[in-house]
Design a binder for this molecule. Structure first.
Ligand SMILES: NC(=O)c1ccc[n+]([C@@H]2O[C@H](COP(=O)([O-])OP(=O)(O)OC[C@H]3O[C@@H](n4cnc5c(N)ncnc54)[C@H](O)[C@@H]3O)[C@@H](O)[C@H]2O)c1
Length: 364
């Protein structure tokens, strides 16, 4: 099992370990029992993860003589709302959870965001642990302490920064993860290679077929490298006011495409085509060499991620969503651009004409 320490210098007591391995649930149970000191643990999982892994995870905790219960909510982004928060909080009260209890988020990013949010406000905050079960959650959402829920007006509009006490990543959970969800995680991993680590990018290029087969040794290495990158960014910019924004590479156009499709395009596909759009913009602005732009496009295609914007999604629709985003964020769209693979920078101004031209080029 590999351990990566996330150090928050201004807040040392909030630092924690990210533990990564394959088939390590027993050891996770042992570490939780040894370190956590909570009188009881409440595992929170969505309906899908609860059915697949809930009982076996509870058994592991109980084998360690821990008092453990499980709360379940319906799977899906639609659950990431205030009703779920209130329902979970009331079930916690019913179970008698108090400030000596700890929550465990067993699931994907939706579960992690919900549990982190509840933990940050329940009885003025109680500890929580992340046990991520999707690739997105393993390489991204479980690390960094961003919690939140959606409002009808938009995603992640209510939330807190609240760090978990630990993140335990068992690659074994990927065995039951559908391809659609696996690909969502792959898109974020490609993003890490592009914005931070050319060696990761090389690895992804050279091992595409084994990645698609989910070779576990390789996936462990890739998840470790991804977690190390996310850890490094969070350590510098815990509250997302500076460098953490580079994690939005590909997301400006990607989010607009995803929303304009009515969420029929997956987040991973939307970000993938958004990264291709961003790379093309970088080349048009003479920042990125064309060889790097081509490598990005070739990798995205090789991993079977989306490389074009379907005709059904209108250009004016995408542009208007980017403009709305701009208004919300004070008239500046923070475009993350690249000088080369591994060297990103943030630019507040890309001319609408160039965005428009790039979207049109990405039609098939
Ligand atoms: N807090 C952050 O920093 C951060 C970062 C990125 C994304 N997010 C949030 O994360 C969410 C997306 O995360 P996600 O893609 O993990 O979504 P998710 O949690 O909805 O999981 C996707 C689906 O996979 C299922 N699933 C989970 N683990 C499984 C497994 N091992 N086997 C089979 N099925 C499994 C879930 O039940 C769900 O249906 C979004 O709400 C997004 O806003 C948060």
């Amino acid at each position: 099992m590999k351990q990566i320490k996330l150090n928050l210098e201004r807040n040392v007591s909030s630092s924690y370990d990210i533990c990564i391995g394959h088939n390590i649930l027993d050891r996770i149970g042992l570490i939780i029992a040894k370190n956590n000191g909570a009188h009881r643990h409440i595992v929170i999982a969505d309906s899908t993860v609860s059915a697949l892994h809930g009982d076996s995870f509870l058994d592991i905790l109980r084998k360690m003589n821990l008092t453990a219960d499980l709360i379940e909510f319906p799977a899906g982004e639609a659950s990431k709302n205030m009703d779920t928060i209130l329902s979970v909080a009331r079930q916690l009260i019913e179970l008698g959870a108090d400030r000596s209890s700890a929550l465990i988020a067993l699931g994907g990013g939706v579960t992690g965001d919900i549990v982190g949010f509840v933990a940050s406000i329940y009885m003025r905050s109680i500890p929580y642990i992340q046990v991520p079960t999707t690739l997105v959650a393993q390489v991204d959402s479980s690390i960094g302490g961003k919690t939140g829920i959606d409002l009808p007006e938009g995603k992640n509009l209510l939330g807190t920064f609240y760090q978990p006490k630990g993140v335990f990543i068992d690659l074994q959970f990927l065995d039951t993860l559908p391809d659609y969800e696996f690909n969502n995680g792959l898109a974020e991993i490609v993003k890490y290679g592009i914005i931070d680590d050319v060696t990761l990018f090389d690895l992804l290029e050279n091992q595409t077929e084994d990645i698609k087969k989910r070779d576990m040794t390789l996936m462990k290495r890739i998840v470790q490298q991804s977690c190390t990158i996310k850890r490094g960014i969070v350590e510098i910019d815990e509250k997302d006011v500076g460098i953490r924004r580079i994690l939005n590479f590909g997301h400006t156009i990607g989010h607009a495409v995803e929303a304009e499709s009515g969420y029929t395009i997956s987040h991973g596909d939307a970000v993938s085509v958004g990264m291709i759009a961003a790379a093309r913009i970088c080349q048009k602005l003479d920042y990125l060499p064309s060889a790097d732009r081509k490598r990005i496009e070739t990798l995205i295609r090789a991993l079977d991620l989306l490389d074009h914007i379907p005709e059904s999604i209108s250009t004016p629709g995408i542009l208007s969503r980017i403009a709305t985003d701009k208004k919300k964020k004070g008239h500046i769209v923070h475009f993350v651009l690249l000088k080369r693979i591994g060297v990103p920078f943030i630019n507040g101004s890309v001319a609408d004409r160039i965005i428009h031209e790039t979207i049109e080029e990405l039609r098939k």
